[in-house]
Each structure stands twice: as C-alpha cells, then as structure tokens.
Design a protein around this ligand. Sequence first.
Ligand code: NDP
Length: 311
Amino acid sequence: MPARRLDGTAWAERLRHKLEPRVAAVRRHAGRPPGLAVVLAGTHPPSEIYVRNKIATATAHGCHAVLHRLPETASVDEALVLVRQLNADDTIDGILVQSPLPAGMGTDAESRVFDAVDPSKDIDGFHPVNVGRLVQKRQALVACTPLGCATLLDREEIPLRGRHAVVIGRSDIVGKPMAMLLLHRNATVTICHSRTVDLPAICRTADVLVAAIGRPGFVTPDFVKPGATVIDVGINRVETPEAAGALFAPNTPKRTQFEAKGHVLVGDVHPDVADVAGALTPVPGGVGPLTIAMVLANTVTAAEWRLGLHL
Ligand code: NDP
C-alpha cells in the first residue's frame, strides 16, 4: 500500500488561519500589526522566491512586512548597521536575514549578522540564546523548518514517545534543532551525518526518519522500515536527464514534468520510498509550505512575547 501523504500545504493553510485571531489581538493591544523585516543581501534567485513567499504570506495574514535589500557588494558592517536599526525599531517584532549572505561578506558573516539580531526578534531561531533556550526546553523562538516538521508530526498525531527517530543531517538550521524537538517529544533520537557508518542500517531502525541532507533521492527504500513515517526536508533541483531518469520511471508525473520543463524539484527521499513508508511528506507540498507558515507563526509569537500577551 502506498504511504499516506502528509499534506504540508493543507496543514500550512489551517495553521495560518488559526493565527488570524492572534494577529488581531496584537493589533488591539499594540495599535499596530505584528511587524516582520526581511533582509535580503545580493542576488540569489532561490532566495528571491523564498523572501517573496514569506513577505506575501505575512502581508496576506495582516502583518506589516518589509523587505530591506542590500547590494551584492555590501559589507558585513552595512548588514550589521541595518540589523541594529531593525532591533531598535519598535514596529518590528521579527527580523529574518535571508541565507546565504554574499560570499564577499566573508566566511564568518552569517554568524556575525545572525548573532546581531535581538534574540526577542530572532524569528529564525538561529541566535545562540534561542538555540540554548531550545536545548534547555525553555521558551524560545525555534528555527522555522524543524518547527514546521514537528508541528506536522503533532497535527498528524504520529506517535513519538519512546519511538526511535533518526535525523539525517546535523546543520544548525535543520538537523540539530529537529533532533531537539523530537527529544522534547520523548523520542529516542539518533543524529546521522556524512561520517556515519552504515547509514541505511541505522535508518532502518527508525520509526520516524527525517532527511535533511541536500542530495536528490538519497534515501532509498532500503533505508526505511516498513510503515515508518518519513519527513523529507530536502529541496533539490534536478536538471539533467540522467538524474531525472535515475529517480523517476518513464510516464510518471515527475518524469513528464521534467521532460516538459527541463527541471524538476526533488526531495532527499527517493520516490520509491512511498512503497515502503507508512506516511511521507511530498516535495513540493510537504515541509516547504510549513516553513513559510512558521515564519508567520514566529512573527506573531515574537510580537506576543514582546507585548507580554502570551507568557
Ligand atoms: P546542510 O548542507 O547545512 O547540511 C546537510 C547535512 O547532510 C550535513 O549535516 C551533512 O553531514 C549531511 N550529509 C551530507 N551528505 C551526507 C551523506 N552522504 N550521508 C549522510 N549525511 C550526509 O543542509 P541544510 O540542513 O541547510 O539543508 C538540508 C536540505 O534541506 C537541503 O536540501 C535544503 O535545500 C533543504 N531545506 C529545506 C527547507 C524547507 O523549507 N523545506 C529549509 C531549509 C533547508 P556533515 O555535517 O557531516 O557534512
């Protein structure tokens, strides 16, 4: 039986609508809507799309959302000046600095700029204060993608207590906070990475498997225990006929899409996993829409906490 599809698009829509009374409460108490500022430095086509979606979603749900652009040639100091202005702006509750920053800003630019964001406005949950608070299971703003995955698991009532959850990937943005959220839900958590020995065997013991790797179709059916829940965080653009052919059989919808457009979006999970897993997030339409919904949710939460509305 094919895996149940965990519909991130539908959940994201429900979650966004549930936020509307909270947006209205912020307006009533503060005399202004929750405010989101997005900083976009340089020209990076995928970032343009992500930023556009985040701004449009926040605006559509009654927030005040502003985009601040910096040129590709901007220095890290210019980015820091902008972040400090936004920290001091009382109409802004959430600040999001879109990654990646231009290479010209230097290798430590992201940590310097992310660290400069006021932790109470850090809706990406990247600031060490929020990371530490998450680890200690205290009130924290949590990174949007893992928060979206955990919310999906909660809403779908996927059992986690005492279950084995395996996270492939140990990035600060996805893998590590994901592991913490699973641990806080009483799962027994294993984090895997590129040096893990016999990755498929470890993954096959997972009741819940989260793939956050960045390699198209990497997780094949031999990684998956029959009936397991698989969360596919990866978003990869497949652009060659060889890669598309290795992933999608002729006359399947994705193969047809590739043949028509010359590219197709693929997760880290191979499509054949749908024959083994019990439940699976699609790509697109799984984790991606939930990430965007969590940007809105975290903006509203940050506004509530800053106003003392939701303690
Ligand atoms: P990173 O590149 O920061 O991390 C990738 C992780 O995968 C690393 O920990 C790496 O291990 C591990 N890895 C790489 N190759 C292997 C391998 N062969 N075996 C086991 N582990 C491996 O990526 P991100 O965490 O930022 O993103 C992961 C994916 O999620 C990407 O496809 C990205 O586009 C997507 N993404 C999707 C979002 C959404 O909204 N849906 C949001 C954010 C990301 P090591 O640490 O040892 O190098």
